[in-house]
Ligand binder design. Structure first.
Ligand code: CAA
Length: 262
């Protein structure tokens, strides 16, 4: 599928969509046209009427997941247009995608690249992944959710250190701090690991997966009692789905479920 200039899309496994950022000369710097393409590709997978896609892997190259927002594009930006057109707001369209998104991070994930990876639902990385929020060195701060998502993921003291010093951190640190769930031994293993997980997720009923993603994300929005009640209501709702009957009946009959995605 070559209708894009800055990304490549494919469906490498049953039920799995892959989006590879492909702007090698700029280390996948996230210029506006790239983000427009990324959002379009994600929406196309998400809205596929045939429900053929059940999870998406988002990756870059071995050298760079993404080296940040495009500094050359931003260099002459003025407040009135940054504020006026709400610069970078469109990036958060990624968080409106209902399919699970797994980021497979190799090489640089800096600034907006780190922020993009943190918007994914699951983060895996290769051994040479380099994370950081270096915006302070450019006279600015993170602008695509970095201060909020990093702080929630790794806590205030570490997030302050990273954002205020602009120092990078490693794959091992990302994993140890709970930002990434796994470090793989090579970039290929990282992408394959992400595809394996995506394939597992895509083998389940789409409605239950969508509900699972929704309730985990709700944990970031509400207090515990409200969140637990929210989860229970969504859980109740799944008893109106065909897949709940299919899944539980198959278990009781010692059969493999054939999901209807309804
Ligand atoms: N924007 C635009 N172009 C970029 C870029 C970026 N974020 N990152 C790299 N590039 C370009 C370089 O300008 C260079 O282009 P030319 O060949 O035309 O000179 C090309 O990619 C290769 O980069 P380098 O020659 O610098 O490669 P390197 O291996 O020496 O260094 C690097 C790699 C350490 C990642 C370095 O490129 C770098 O520091 N990049 C900027 C990282 C950064 O500051 N990111 C934050 C951006 S601000 C942001 O993201 C705001 C936000 O919160 C949304």
């Amino acid at each position: 599928d070559q209708k894009y200039e800055y990304i490549v899309t494919s469906t490498p496994r049953p039920g799995v969509g892959q989006i590879t950022l492909n702007r090698p000369k700029a280390l996948n710097a996230l210029c506006s046209p790239l983000m427009t393409e990324l959002n379009a590709a994600l929406r196309a997978f998400d809205r596929d009427e045939s429900k053929s896609i059940g999870a998406v892997v988002l990756t870059g190259s071995d050298r760079a997941f993404a080296a940040g927002a495009d500094i050359k594009e931003m260099k002459d930006l003025e407040f009135s247009s940054a504020y006026g057109r709400d610069f970078i707001k469109a990036w958060s369209e990624l968080t409106e995608i209902t399919l699970p998104i797994i980021a497979a991070v190799n090489g640089y994930a800096l600034g907006g690249g780190c922020e993009l990876a943190m918007m994914a639902d699951i983060m895996y990385c290769g051994p040479k992944a380099v994370f950081g929020q270096p915006e302070i060195k450019l006279g600015v701060i993170p602008g695509a959710g970095g201060s909020q998502r990093l702080t929630r993921a790794i806590g205030k003291s570490k997030a302050m250190e990273i954002i205020l010093t602009g120092k990078n951190f490693t794959a091992e640190e990302a994993e140890k701090w709970g930002l990434a769930s796994k470090v793989f031994e090579s970039p290929e293993a990282c992408v394959n690991g992400a595809l394996d997980t995506a394939e597992v997720i895509a083998s389940y009923g789409r409605l239950a997966v969508k509900a699972g993603k929704e309730v985990v994300n709700q944990a970031y929005e509400t207090g515990l009692a409200e969140g637990v009640k929210y989860e229970r209501r969504i859980f109740h709702g799944l008893f109106a789905s065909k897949d709940q009957k299919i899944g539980m009946t198959a278990f009781a009959n010692k059969q493999k479920p054939e999901w209807s995605h309804e």
